[in-house]
Design a protein around this ligand. Structure first.
Ligand code: XUL
Ligand code: CO
Length: 439
């Protein structure tokens, strides 16, 4: 069988002292940490669109990476991408993958032709999943690339476009279900607006909810057992994306009665674009019971757009994995590398090295988060900081027994309370965190 990455061996764990670039220093898939194998904590997934499709094209220049995999015919190219994807997942020990419908198969002249292309590639993906023992984490429909979606898909002012998007999503759900995909995702690519001068925001949001509700109903009918995800992002491509951040998404799901079936897919670079930390977005999802999955990447703090870099910032990865552990680990989701090589890192080897960097970066994050959890310093500090709510007047506030009258009586009896206010000890906690992480 043709090998697409002939120079790349199967990547093995060699431990932190290894300087072999084609080895893991921290990711040891079957090593048990905090009660389960690392591969189950991390549930790594490969993003089809970046890894198999993106060739480095940007606004200022054409592609730099050759992702033809030796084929020029569109269907042959699609098959070659599938073989290359599974070879890579196998060599990198990545257990899951994620795709948009248009990543895996080319569009035909009509929707019917496009759907037939999808069916043919899905036959091959099904075979390869069995052969390599890989799973689909989630599928999605690309309802943002084609010109028909210039004003949105579910939020298009034009009902014909809404209908077309619905048809496209129906097929993507069928393919996802057929491949045993655990979850189905919506990223609101063009679901937003450029100016309120021409936009009926209320109708657009109601329509988006209508589309998600129909998709949920059909997905359950087709056998999607996991979650439906929406993915917060504040801007790009539209000026204002409707799924701005985790809190906005929670309000949307609550308003439209979708909290039972939908959870959030939180992405690092999207969090920072929204002016939040990655950890903040995960915490908002967790405390609202909608932590689902992660698009693992990082942005560049100096740039205001979505650079989708491989997540090598170990400190940030540690904070992310701390939140994942606090949420009780992934239930349906995983860590999908929604990340691409820089345009100048254009060789096949770079794709492999980038994934190793991201996987090792998150394996380090997991190891450090477990250390922090086992040490208990941070969790205990938080617990103690709020201890006044466990008894006395605090317990009355939490239980709902307290009223403004009873609290006024309490405050009057106290006179002044400034002496009961403790220090936040931020610098102390940062110091101790570093000490625990790097001991
Ligand atoms: C875009 C983005 C998408 C989604 C899937 O910023 O993150 O790749 O993850 O549509
Ligand atoms: Co993403």
């Amino acid at each position: 069988m043709k090998e697409y990455f002939p120079n790349i061996p199967k990547i093995a764990y060699e431990g932190p002292k290894s300087r072999n670039p084609y080895a893991f220093r921290y990711y040891n898939p079957d090593e048990i940490i905090a009660g389960k194998p690392m591969r189950e904590h991390l549930r790594f997934a490969m993003a089809y669109w970046h890894t198999l499709c993106a060739d480095g094209t940007d606004m200022f220049g054409r592609g730099t990476a050759n992702k033809s995999f030796g084929e020029s015919d569109p269907m042959e190219h699609a098959y070659a991408k599938a073989y290359a994807a599974f070879e890579l997942m196998d060599k990198l020990s990545i257990d899951y993958y994620c795709f948009h419908d248009r990543d895996i198969a080319p569009e035909g002249k009509t929707l019917a032709e496009t759907n037939a292309n999808l069916d043919k590639v899905a036959d091959l993906l099904e075979e390869l999943q069995k052969k390599y023992n890989k799973k689909l984490l989630w599928g999605t429909a690309n309802c943002f690339n084609h010109p028909r979606y210039m004003h949105g898909a579910g939020t298009s002012p034009y009902a014909d476009v809404f209908a077309f998007a619905a048809a496209q999503i129906k097929k993507a759900i069928e393919i996802t279900a057929r491949l045993g995909g655990t979850n189905y995702l919506f990223w609101g690519g063009r679901e937003g607006y450029e100016t309120l001068l021409n936009t009926d925001m209320g109708l657009e949001l109601d329509n988006l909810a209508r589309l998600l509700t129909m998709a949920r109903d059909y997905g359950r009918k087709m056998g999607i057992k996991g979650d439906f995800y929406i993915e917060p992002k504040p801007k790009e491509p539209t000026k204002h994306q409707y799924d701005f951040d985790a809190a906005t998404c929670v309000a949307f799901l609550q308003k439209y009665n979708l909290m039972d079936d939908f959870r959030l897919n939180i992405e690092g670079n999207h969090a920072t674009l929204a002016g939040h930390t990655f950890q903040h977005e995960l915490a908002v999802a967790r405390i609202n019971g909608v932590f689902g999955s992660i698009d693992a990447n990082q942005g560049d703090y100096l740039l205001g757009w979505d650079t989708d870099q491989f997540p090598t910032n170990v400190y940030e990865n540690t904070l992310v994995m701390m939140e994942v552990l606090r949420a009780g680990g992934f239930k349906t989701g995983g860590l999908n590398f929604d990340a691409k090589c820089r345009r100048g890192s254009y060789t096949p080897e770079d794709i492999v090295l980038a994934h190793i960097a991201g996987m090792d970066g998150y394996a380090q994050g997991l190891r450090m988060a477990v250390k922090l959890q086992e040490d208990g310093l941070l969790d205990n500090f938080i617990k103690e900081r709020y201890a006044s709510y466990e008894s006395g007047i605090g317990a009355d506030i939490v239980s709902g027994k307290a009223t403004l009258e009873s609290l006024e009586a309490y405050a009057l009896s106290k006179g002044e309370v400034v002496d009961s206010v403790g220090s936040g000890r931020q610098e102390y906690l940062e110091m101790q965190m570093n000490a625990i992480m790097f001991e």
